[in-house]
Design a protein around this ligand. Structure first.
Ligand code: AMP
Length: 407
């Protein structure tokens, strides 16, 4: 026998049982986002590497070490998309979408690729649903998007969900805050853990995550970026919060929420589930008011989120309701059974027929296995069996059989 092959490390096949749930989630996303004016969008699975290098940011983990990058035959560098927003902004600029009525609202679903160490809930190919609104900085868009993701998670029956929310302000505020935080950490260097001390310059925000008791004590008094926002950014954030409050959505203000992408400005948020382990983020996003311009388009505000389908399903109790099914059993000629199955489907029903040469007994077992509500038996004559009551009766014609098994 030839060697058995496997899907690459960190990837997976979607088998039909999970496939049903994914289709249900896709339908829920399309319904929810479509009714809020988000149009379905797709970009290519790979882009010029430049889109992500410039869009996501050279200093991020994604660009530094997680991209699947390759050269095409002409020597151009291409990258499998690690996230959606940079491609959306590239497309917005490329198609002159700034000339359309604003905001332009898009939603998106598809595979994404990151070369990460695989673990529970972390894959090298995963699926994201994504929603973006470009061309307006109105706080109602931030609030609308957050509420839409909350509703999608609710429809997905994701359990034990928490929302963390913050604002990063603008680049100037972040920069002067960084200087202030580093100075504060240096002032208290003696009380900090060695690890935090070593990273004061590289990543001072990490100090907020430390478990070390001394560091935690120091961080209780640390300056917070949220208290240092420019007046316009503070006002914008207050606007977002007021709308979330009026909608009754609970959230936790988390001034140390930082996301792994460089392009965020103002609002940032993340939904997590306590049902998940270390990889507990279901989805998140924020505002990226400079990104379209960075990718060669006109200055354009934007806000959006991405959520991981595999993570949502891991955290959810979603079950798809069974549908009424008909099984067409036959002995002799296939044609009548084939016609009945097609007629049931044409009337909107679900029909399967015997296609593996089973005995009559085996066929009835198969009908049971697929959860058939009715069986049509095609033999010398035609009969219809109700699987719940066990009642079986003859019918005079194909039409009568079809009539009897379709609601
Ligand atoms: P991010 O843009 O990194 O915040 O990703 C958005 C969402 O995509 C996360 O909250 C996860 O649910 C999901 N996600 C990101 N990376 C992975 C991965 N490697 N495997 C599975 N899901 C992921």
């Amino acid at each position: 026998m030839a060697e058995r092959l496997q899907a690459p490390r960190g990837t997976f096949d979607v088998l039909p049982e999970e496939g049903e749930l994914r289709l249900a989630l896709h339908a829920a996303a399309g319904d929810l986002l479509g009714r809020a004016g988000y149009g379905y969008f797709e970009s290519p699975v790979f882009e010029d590497t430049e889109v992500f290098a410039r869009g996501v940011g050279q200093s991020t983990d994604i660009v530094q070490k997680e991209m699947f990058t390759f050269e095409d035959k002409a020597g151009r560098s291409l990258t499998l998309r690690p996230e959606a927003t940079a491609g959306v902004c590239r497309a917005y600029a490329e198609h002159g979408m700034h000339k359309l009525p604003q905001p332009v609202k898009l939603w998106f679903w598809g595979p994404f690729f990151r070369h990460e160490a695989p673990q529970a809930g972390r894959f090298r190919q995963f699926t994201q649903v994504d929603a973006e609104a470009l061309g307006s900085d109105d706080p109602s868009l931030d609030a609308e998007l957050i509420l839409l993701l909350a509703e999608l998670l609710e429809r997905a029956r994701a359990r034990d969900v928490r929302l963390r929310l913050s604002s990063l302000g603008d680049a100037a505020a972040r920069e002067s805050y960084g200087v202030e935080l580093k100075a504060y950490l240096r002032e208290h260097e003696g009380e900090l853990s060695e690890e935090v001390r070593a990273r004061i310059d590289a990543n001072p925000l990490r100090a907020f995550d430390a478990d070390h008791p001394g560091t935690r004590r120091v961080m209780e008094g640390a300056p917070l970026l949220l208290d240092r926002l420019a007046p316009a950014d503070a006002e914008h954030f207050a606007g977002v919060r007021a709308l979330l409050d009026s909608a009754g959505l609970a959230y936790e203000l988390d001034p140390k929420l930082v996301r792994g992408l460089d392009y965020y400005t103002r609002t940032v948020f993340e939904f997590e589930s306590g049902r998940l382990g270390a990889q507990n983020a279901l989805g998140g996003g924020g505002r990226y008011d400079g990104l379209v311009e960075q990718l060669g388009g006109p200055p354009t505000p934007g806000v959006g989120w991405a959520a991981g389908i595999e993570r949502i399903l891991l955290a959810s109790d979603l079950a798809v309701a069974g549908r009424a099914k008909v099984f067409v059993s036959w002995t002799g000629e296939a044609a009548t059974a084939f016609a009945i199955a097609r007629a049931v489907r044409a009337r909107g029903g679900h029909a399967e027929m015997e296609q593996a040469g089973r005995s009559l007994k085996g066929q009835l077992k198969q009908a049971d296995r697929i959860g058939a509500t009715h069986v049509v038996l095609v033999g010398e004559g035609l009969e219809v069996k109700d699987m719940a009551s066990g009642e079986q009766r003859p019918v005079a014609s194909v039409d009568e059989a079809v009539e009897a098994v379709t609601p």
